[in-house]
Design a protein around this ligand. Structure first.
Ligand code: PMP
Length: 361
C-alpha cells in the first residue's frame, strides 16, 4: 500500500501547489472583532418566520433550480432581468466561478493591493497572472491614475473591492464607470461592505450602462447573515450565462433561499442597524485617534490602525478578551491592526483596552 502521498499520481496542478492555505486560527473570545461580521442579527420575528417556512418545506427535495422570485427581485435592484443574477453559497463562490470562466494562462487580472487575499489565490489557482496595483502608501486610498492606465491599456481584467478590505478605501461609482468605459475587459466590483459606504460608492445603477461590470454582493456583512452563506453576482445576462455554466446546480439550499426571501420581504430593520454601526465606526476612529494611533478612516464596518507596537496592542486586547485581526504582514500595512466595529459595549471595551495598553507603553 502506498503510505506517502508523494508517491500518488495526483495531477495536482503546480498553480495549486504553490498557493498558500487560507486558514483562520480559531480562538474562543468573548469579543470577536476579527472577521468583519455584524454584531447584530436579523430581527427575531423574521428568524422565526424563516424557520417555520423551512420546516414546512420538503427536505427530501432539491431546492428550486431557478428560484425566479429571488432572481427577479435581486435583478430588479440593479435594473437587470433575472438572467443577470447568479446566486451562491456566499459571494466568494461566485468569484470562484468567474475566475474559472475567465482566468487561464496568458490572462492577467489587476488587483489593488493590499486587498482581500482570496482574490489572488483564486486568480493564480486558475493559472492566470495577478498584476498588483499598490494603494497610495500614505493614505491607503486607491491609486486612481494607475487604475486608469490599466483600463486604458485594456489588457488586464480589473477587480476592485469597494470599499476595500482591509483598508476601507472606496471609489465613487462614477470612477468605476469611467474605468469600465475605458476597457473592453471585465471590471469586477466586490461590494461586500457597500452598505457602510456613502451613497455615491454603490455601482448598482451602472449595470444597465456598463456591460463589462460584474457586481458581487453578500448577506454576510451589513445584513448580519454570515452563518447563512448567501451571496450573488449581478451583470450582463450574456456574461452571466457563461459564468453560470460553472456554478454548481442547487448551490443554495432551502434555508438560504428562505432567508434571502425574508430579507427581500422585510428590510426596514437594516437601515437603523447600518446607521448604528456607522456612528460607532466614527466613535471608535475618533477614540483611537485620541489615543495617538494612526487611524485610516474607511467606509466599511472596520477600522484600520497603525501602532508603534502592534503586537503589544493585539496581545493587550486579547488579554481583555477582544480578538482583532493582525494585518501587519500585508503589503503597505506594517504595524497595522484591523478592528471590526462591534456593539457599543464591545467598542467601549476596545477603547478601554487600547487606552490601558497605550497608557502603559
Ligand atoms: N468579499 C470580501 C472583500 C470580504 O471581505 C468577504 C468576507 N471576508 C466576503 C466577500 C464574504 O464573502 P461571502 O459572501 O462568501 O461570505
Amino acid at each position: 500500500m502506498i503510505q506517502n502521498t508523494n508517491e500518488l499520481k495526483l495531477n495536482i496542478r503546480e498553480s495549486v501547489r504553490s498557493l498558500g492555505t487560507y486558514t483562520l486560527r480559531r480562538r474562543e473570545v468573548p469579543i470577536k472583532l476579527n472577521q468583519n461580521e455584524s454584531p447584530l442579527e436579523l430581527p427575531a420575528a423574521l428568524k422565526g418566520e424563516v424557520l417555520r417556512r423551512v420546516e414546512g418545506m420538503a427536505w427530501n427535495r432539491y431546492p428550486d433550480f431557478h428560484p425566479e422570485d429571488v432572481l427577479a427581485a435581486l435583478g430588479a435592484q440593479h435594473g437587470l432581468p433575472p438572467e443577470g443574477v447568479l446566486i451562491g453559497n456566499g459571494s466568494n463562490e461566485l468569484l470562484q466561478a468567474i475566475f474559472q470562466a475567465i482566468a487561464g494562462p496568458g490572462v492577467r487580472v489587476a488587483l489593488p493591493v493590499p486587498t482581500f487575499t482570496l482574490y489572488a489565490s483564486m486568480v493564480r489557482a486558475n493559472g492566470a497572472a495577478v498584476e498588483e496595483v499598490p494603494l497610495e502608501a500614505a493614505t491607503l486610498g486607491y491609486d486612481v491614475a494607475a487604475l486608469e492606465r490599466i483600463a486604458a491599456q485594456g489588457e488586464a481584467h480589473l477587480l476592485i473591492c469597494n470599499p476595500n478590505n482591509p483598508t476601507g478605501a472606496a471609489l465613487p461609482a462614477s470612477q468605476i464607470e469611467a474605468l469600465a468605459q475605458a476597457t473592453p475587459r471585465l471590471v469586477i466590483v466586490d461590494e461586500a461592505y457597500v452598505h457602510f459606504a456613502s451613497a455615491e460608492v454603490s455601482s448598482e445603477g451602472l449595470l444597465g450602462r456598463c456591460p463589462n461590470v460584474i457586481l458581487l454582493r453578500t448577506l454576510s456583512k451589513a445584513l448580519g447573515l454570515a452563518g447563512v452563506r448567501f451571496g450573488y453576482a449581478a451583470g450582463h445576462p450574456a456574461i452571466m450565462e457563461e459564468i453560470g455554466k460553472l456554478k454548481l446546480p442547487y448551490n443554495v439550499g432551502h434555508f438560504g433561499l428562505e432567508v434571502v426571501r425574508a430579507t427581500l420581504r422585510e428590510s426596514s430593520w437594516l437601515a437603523p442597524q447600518v446607521a448604528l454601526l456607522k456612528a460607532e465606526r466614527g466613535r471608535v476612529e475618533a477614540g483611537l485617534r485620541a489615543l495617538g494611533l494612526e487611524v485610516f478612516s474607511g467606509q466599511a464596518n472596520f477600522t484600520l490602525v497603525r501602532c508603534r507596537d502592534h503586537v503589544a496592542l493585539f496581545e493587550g486586547l486579547l488579554e481583555a478578551g477582544i480578538l482583532v485581526r493582525d494585518v501587519s504582514h500585508y503589503p503597505l500595512l506594517a504595524r497595522c491592526l484591523r478592528i471590526t466595529v462591534g456593539t457599543p459595549a464591545e467598542n467601549d471595551a476596545v477603547l478601554a483596552g487600547a487606552a490601558r495598553v497605550l497608557g502603559g507603553m
